[in-house]
Design a protein around this ligand. Structure first.
Ligand code: IPM
Ligand code: MG
Length: 371
């Protein structure tokens, strides 16, 4: 029996291409693993009305962790139109399978390193090395939403006088998405950020919030962060607002190091940080829980490039590195990152986004040679 069981979820579009690239490199590293395949994505929504079938959850529960390519997501109404005719009008609602996976397995921490590898022509500035810690199961992604707003909910919320203004609208003309945050969730994500900063000698932790407007949720996060920070007297905690932080990050990227944020703010700031180090072709991510983790590149399924082996596999390969680290295969992880960095620096083999014209698999092969 192999040492590791890794759930294998290519998903949709270029997810399949980049996962093939990952496999090539993991095999070159001789990782002692088996890779049970699990269904996820658009095809299963259209055919079965569920992009994350129960059998996939069952399969993943038998594995140590999972690697995930990409999926196609569409807004509710568009998704409903593409359902198999036999499933139409059954009241099925599309919900992102990756968001659901994060919640089902309580993968509370989303870690997203954004490092400018030397020689990457897409670097906004050389030397950028940021890590975003995004709370991954709560906040604006809690999934507690209403449309139309039920009468009982409207009434319950009316204990807050600010609700009165909305009384002039019909309930079906109101929609509501909630931002729900727990003290435990805030404490956990901030602690993860500080622990990482301590372990890797990072100079500061920056909380990205908006407590001047989102006074209750932002307030809870800010107070909790200050409490956690007391346990790390050598690492300063900076408090910033999401809007200003987007501007400052672009202006002075070297002032920042580890960033920590609620789910939606983390979603936003991590795309910005990715954009500064070469875009989604270089952005890796780990969804980490207490005992299980799912690793995914930040990019989507890019349907227009489906099956063309055109997209940059570096994000996926750096994601595989995060998986190796989490499994305790840190030596392989280090070798893989060094090999990716060497290929980027050499600029002989690369995909269209970095101005070269190799395929996804050619880049992976070159990385494998450098191992
Ligand atoms: C990400 C993505 C996802 C998210 C989408 C695909 C649901 O943008 O992982 O950042 O919003 O979390
Ligand atoms: Mg995102």
């Amino acid at each position: 029996m192999a040492q590791y069981k890794i759930g294998w979820m290519p998903g949709d579009g270029v997810g399949k291409d980049v996962m093939e690239a990952a496999r090539l490199v993991l095999d070159a590293l001789k990782l002692d693993a088996e890779y049970p395949a699990a269904d996820i994505g658009w095809e299963f929504w259209c055919r079965e009305g569920n992009p994350l079938p129960e059998r996939t959850l069952e399969c993943l529960r038998q594995t140590d962790c999972a690697l995930f390519g990409a999926i196609t997501s569409k807004p509710v109404a568009e998704a409903a139109k593409e359902l198999d005719p036999s499933l139409q009008d059954k009241g099925l609602t599309y919900f992102s399978p990756i968001v659901r996976l994060r919640q089902e397995f309580n993968l509370h921490t989303n870690m997203r390193p954004c490092k400018a590898y030397p020689g990457n022509p897409l670097n906004y500035k050389d030397g950028i090395d940021l890590v975003v810690f995004r709370e991954n199961t709560e906040g604006l992604y809690a999934g507690v939403e209403f449309h139309p707003v039920p009468e009982s909910i409207f009434k319950a919320l009316s204990i807050n006088p600010k609700m009165k203004r909305f009384g002039k609208h019909a309930l079906e003309d109101l929609a509501m998405s909630t931002r729900i945050m727990s003290r435990a969730g805030c404490r956990s994500i901030v602690t993860q950020a500080f622990e990482f900063a301590k372990k890797f000698n990072r100079k500061s932790v920056t909380l990205v919030e908006k407590p001047n407007v989102l006074r209750e949720t932002g307030g809870l996060m800010t107070r909790t962060a200050r409490e956690v920070a007391k346990n790390y007297p050598d690492i300063p905690l900076w408090e910033t607002n999401i809007d200003a932080q987007c501007m400052w990050l672009l202006k002075n990227p070297f002032d920042y190091d580890v960033l920590v944020a609620e789910n939606m703010f983390g979603d936003i700031i991590s795309d910005l940080a990715a954009g500064m180090v070469g875009g989604l072709g270089f952005a890796s991510a780990a969804n980490i829980g207490d005992k299980y983790a799912v690793f995914e590149p930040t990019h989507g399924s890019a349907p227009k490039y489906d099956g063309q082996y055109k997209v940059n596999p570096c994000a996926m390969l750096l994601t595989a590195k995060l998986m190796l680290d989490w499994l305790g295969e840190t030596d392989s992880g280090r070798r893989l990152e060094a090999a990716v960095a060497a290929v980027v620096a050499e600029r002989k083999v690369g995909t269209y986004d970095v101005g070269l014209n190799n395929t996804t698999l050619e880049v992976a092969e070159e990385v494998a040679r450098k191992l």
